[in-house]
Design a protein around this ligand. Sequence first.
Ligand SMILES: Cc1ncc(COP(=O)(O)O)c(C=O)c1O
Length: 450
Amino acid sequence: MLDFRAASQAHVVPHFTKGAAWNAENLVVMDRGEGCYVWDTDGNRYLDGLAGLFCTNLGHGRRDLAQEAARQMERLAFYPNWGFTHEPVSKAATLIADVAPGDLDEVFFVSSGSEAVESAMKFARNYHLANGDEGRYKVISREWSYHGTTLAALTVTGVPKFRKHFLPMMWDGVRHVPNTLGDTSEQLDSARAVEEMILAEGPETVAMVIAEPVQNGRGCLVPPDGYWQELRRICDRYGVLLCADEVICSFGRLGHFFGSERFGVVPDLITFAKGVTSAYLPLGGVVVRRALMDQIWDSEVGLFNHGSTFGGHPVATAVAAVNIQAMHDEKVMEHVRSHEQYLRDGFAALVAAHGIVREWRGTGYFYALELMRDRETGEDLSEADAAGLQGGVLARILREEGLLVRPDDRGATMLTFSPPLVADRDVIDDLHARADRVLNRTAAWLNENR
Ligand SMILES: Cc1ncc(COP(=O)(O)O)c(C=O)c1O
């Protein structure tokens, strides 16, 4: 039989993984999943505390989703969404329009989050052209934000380490402004920064502002009260489109189908991906306000001038429709909202017990813990501590404790949690117990490595 580890090491180019980690003899070969747990080929069981990568929202091993994919493949495996439509894409779009905030009810499908972000950017430009506003093309996004890796989406991304090698290949239309980290100002300085940037650039050149409801990069940045209302006011004032990038925050991560609902805002565009199929198949998209699309239809431009072969794929959209219907039938939003306090309380207890946690942030089923050496003395991690923890120590401890969460190095040393939305009290208890052991062992490592 093929040795999957050796074959992968010989032939697979991994995503964002250094050679030393990929070529290690203990490279994990994942085998199967059930609910909130996954197993590797050596029989080790892990709690999937990151929902894969913020996406296996209904958990692993769902037969209904697998059967729907098979049924749709047998009936019509593929037909493009250019000039044709079909049952699954119409069902998925209707279900998404039904749960999207306000009058956002036109859906453009793609196959990933990066493509969704690129589509939103092109849609904004296309809309402004339809409006006769030819000068608008710039995009404002926030520091440490992650909006994807294809070149235009990467330009919008604000994480230096992902951008730095590709800077000569990126366009110059994006401006980054401070995110909401630590903004407790009454006048919402972080929102004000968006307005100042629009004014500095000239409102007539700005097409879109993009932000996540809760920003993942830099560790679960929950915005201060009123932030999104302020962004809405600013964008309205200057004729700029407001895009909520909900690739992570939609389909239940914050206890609502769309995270914007949590903050009581109706953006102009929302990008989504990941949880729309609970990751059973790749699908992404952007849902836009009807009036924007009408403006394009009615203009000389006459179409959204963008597309891809697999956008609106019948099998992916069929799975999305069943996934969304299951979220309704199984009251997944209600489940998250009725369990989120329990999840939060457990993190509060963990933080109280562990002096190596500097800060913790989050909401819904989405949290980050930021690490330091000693909260009591205020001693931070040294560069060597951070390099050690981020360079493999955290990954090893997590793996040995069977907890798959993200050791994050974007701007601080953090652990990010985003369990499947079907996690119940037992799973949450297990998550906290494993995290407790991870923090104990991390503290021990720090003590031993002064
Ligand atoms: C907010 C956000 N936008 C866009 C993306 C890019 O999505 P993908 O990896 O599917 O291209 C991600 C990925 O994690 C994301 O978190």
